[in-house]
Design a protein around this ligand. Structure first.
Ligand code: PLP
Length: 456
């Protein structure tokens, strides 16, 4: 077979792709029919495809390219580390400098007494670690009955058997026999879709109190932990009402339930602080990290855990680990990414410049006839498409059909914006500049106009 390169005609690449490459979350028949979009290169906030089209990537890849594309420093660090020590494991009392340096740096950045890192290759693996870690923690403390983990409907915590069980997406549970036992889901704090006649504040409290009701129903002696994303990302950028998180923290404290903040999306600047937990003012016992940890330049994830949990788990052997836990190349790349985030004050840029600028422009989209709420927090934004703003109604017919049209209109207008049902969401690279935000919003407006015209 001749070499397969960027220079091959797109149709040939697509044919080979659909013949041999099984894609995540993609219908194989659609892939064969339409072909995949072939992305060939990227720089800053812009992607280029095999046809030479360029797109403003308002999703930062998959919520991960926080420092933007094309930072050569990371390539150089990866090459240097590959030459020096491409791999060694961290099992059986062995370590190496990249894993030492990255765990120490994360302990410095993480809030409170979250001073210990268990590395994984992805967010899914890290959440699998968390399931085993919290259950082992309680067992080692003499409370093996505490094994239930409470999560939320419509949450996304990954795709493995464990993390997919933690997630609350029923269409995922329908495949492969999920969830595993002792995972319990409560309702999400999604006021726009589910708040009915309650005010956002009343609704936030009511939804938080479902955690208390669940603990009382299941038994305090059986519940190990509560896991949640500070802002639910893949569920549609669900920003909880202000009353929600303080009440969740109170309940976790009262019943001694471990709080796991899944920071896979919110971590590393997305909400304008290093971690979403700081933005929400919560004190997790464990934070799940991945994505922005390396800005997606290398696959790496992990769990940052409290002194107390590390002490208990460390009092024996934790029979758990991945070949690539603390992979030296991924760790070195992550460390360089953190250096750039810190030295270039990219999080300050989000907090002081980009997020306020986006918020103002994004809110303006609520004036569009197709848009109900338009909200953002840090550099995550969401708009609800609706046929009736006042009643917050959903479209008749297939949920997501209008969102799909809008997403296609975004592509046609050189913008990558994702749809979750009939919500449109964004999460651009954190380095996005105000003039690029103007372009993003102008293209989104054109896509909305065209969608509106198409569904009349
Ligand atoms: N947790 C959250 C909040 C996520 O958004 C994701 C991925 O989107 C994951 C976990 C899973 O991470 P990964 O895809 O790296 O396994």
């Amino acid at each position: 077979m001749s070499a397969i390169t960027n220079h091959m005609p797109t149709a040939e690449l697509q044919a080979l792709d659909s013949a041999h490459h099984m894609h995540p979350f993609t219908a194989g028949n659609e892939l064969a029919e339409k072909g995949a979009r072939v992305i060939t290169r990227a720089q800053g906030v812009t992607l280029t495809d095999s046809e030479g089209n360029s797109f403003l990537d308002a999703m930062a890849g998959l919520w991960c390219v926080n420092i933007g594309y094309g930072r050569d420093e990371l390539a150089q660090v990866a090459a240097r580390q590959m030459r020096e020590l491409p791999f060694y494991n961290t099992f059986f009392q062995t370590t190496h400098v990249p894993a030492i340096a990255l765990s120490a740096k994360l302990a410095e950045l993480a809030p409170g007494d979250l001073n210990h890192v268990f590395f994984a290759g992805s967010g899914s693996e890290a959440n699998d670690t968390n399931i085993r870690m919290v259950r082992t923690y309680w067992a080692m403390k003499g409370k093996p009955g505490k094994s239930i983990i409470i999560s939320r409907k419509n949450a996304y915590h990954g795709s493995s058997v464990g993390s997919g069980s933690l997630g609350g997406m029923t269409y995922m549970h329908e495949q492969g026999g999920l969830p595993i036992p002792d995972i319990h889901h409560i309702n999400q704090p999604h006021w726009w879709a589910e708040g009915g006649d309650l005010s956002p504040e009343e609704f936030g409290l009511a939804r938080a109190r479902e955690l208390e009701e669940a603990i009382e129903r299941l038994g305090e002696d059986r519940v190990a932990a509560f896991i949640a994303e500070p802002v639910q990302g893949a569920g549609g950028v669900v920003i909880a009402p202000q009353t929600y998180w303080p009440e969740i923290q109170r309940i976790c404290d009262k019943y001694e339930i471990l709080l796991i903040a899944d920071e896979v999306i919110c971590g590393f600047g997305r909400t304008g602080n290093w971690f979403g937990s700081q933005t929400m003012n919560i004190r997790p016992d464990i934070m799940t990290i991945a994505k922005g940890l390396s800005s997606g330049y290398a696959p790496i994830g992990g769990s940052i855990v409290s002194d107390e949990i590390a002490d208990v788990i460390g009092s024996g052997e934790f029979n758990h680990g991945y070949t690539y836990s603390g992979h030296p190349v991924a760790a070195a790349v992550a460390l360089e990414n953190l250096r750039i985030l810190e030295e270039e004050d990219i999080i300050g840029h989000v907090r002081n410049i980009a997020a306020p600028y986006l918020e103002k422009a994004w809110k303006g989209l609520a004036d569009h006839p197709l848009v109900g709420e338009a909200r953002s927090i840090g550099l995550m934004g969401t708009i609800a498409l609706t046929p009736d703003k006042d009643s917050r109604a959903a479209f008749a017919g297939d949920a997501g059909a209008v969102g799909y049209i809008c997403r296609e209109r975004c592509f046609a207008n050189n913008l990558i914006m994702r749809h979750v049902g009939d919500r449109m969401i964004i999460s651009p690279p954190l380095v996005i500049r105000p003039e690029e935000i103007d372009t993003l919003v102008a293209r989104a407006t054109r896509a909305l106009d065209e969608t509106y015209a198409e569904i009349q």
